[in-house]
Design a protein around this ligand. Sequence first.
Ligand code: TXA
Ligand code: MG
Length: 316
Amino acid sequence: MIGTNVAYAAQLLRAGDVVAIPTETVYGLAGNGFSEQSVKKIYSVKQRPLSNPLILHVPDRLAIAPLVTEMPDAAVVLLDHFSPGPLTVLLPKSALVPEIITAGLPHVAVRIPKHPIALSLLQAVDFPLAAPSANPFGYISPTKAEHVQEQLGELIPYILDGGMCERGIESTVVGFRDDEVLIHRAGAITPEQISAVWPHVSIVQKKSATAGSPGFYKFHYAPHTPLLLAADIEEASAMADEETAVVSFKTQALRNVKEWICLSNTGSLDEAAQKLFDTLHKLDKLRVRKIIVERFPDYGLGVALNERLERAANRH
Ligand code: TXA
Ligand code: MG
């Protein structure tokens, strides 16, 4: 069932059930973060390995304090600038946080989302919401209630509809070491935005599922249709034929392909990010032989978008 009834969603969550919720990044599959049983439901609905920890969502800064034992200066500065918003901070967990949330790790991931519906739901319950993206493990994240309905609709009692996600790409996950900020997952807050407020920033290179952040799997974010990543629009054109779909960043073209989608006529990475996952969901239904996507420029949001596409392309 899809609807906008926050009170009903809160009631289901209090009863230990899971509910899909809108956030400004992507839709999440939420459960009571203090209830091991609810959290187990999340893992089983998503078919996600228990070794991949979950983000706890809270309504405000006050609600972070009981969940963590330390708050480095860099975390305070980043939260001041980017929360509520698409920033997830990794902080040493307190005893209140169940082991199942962090997959036994010493740090907990915490985020204050910005979507008004997510915030009013978080205010209506008296526990944090554990919420991974509301997609089956390995598939593209949902940016509309319909995406969740198509992928998980049969398995969950309610989808809270908050319209199309404004950002369209997941939050940036950061950790802290000495006075350095470590970007564990590129996301909606860009490396440039972070270094503008905290100068010591580095990106953690993810080479395998076992290195660093446990959520880093080589194959991820992938549609069922084979996805190929083209270095530029010329290469995309050369690879395409009438049985393929092409997704370009800002170039329109009239080539003889099954479908050509240009994400942003004006070359806006914000607009492209908002539309990318929705576009892949649509194209995956067309049953084309392959989807060819043009690489984004390697700065700003392009960093996170390219990272998702590289892993989607790895599946095949
Ligand atoms: O934008 C988002 O972050 C969305 C919305 C729903 O908030 N959520 C999301 O969750 O993308 P998920 O589970 O799909 O991705 C969370 C990432 C994973 O790569 C996970 O491994 C990492 O954060 N993560 C979570 N807890 C962690 C921890 N304790 N230590 C290291 N990495 C962690
Ligand atoms: Mg995810």
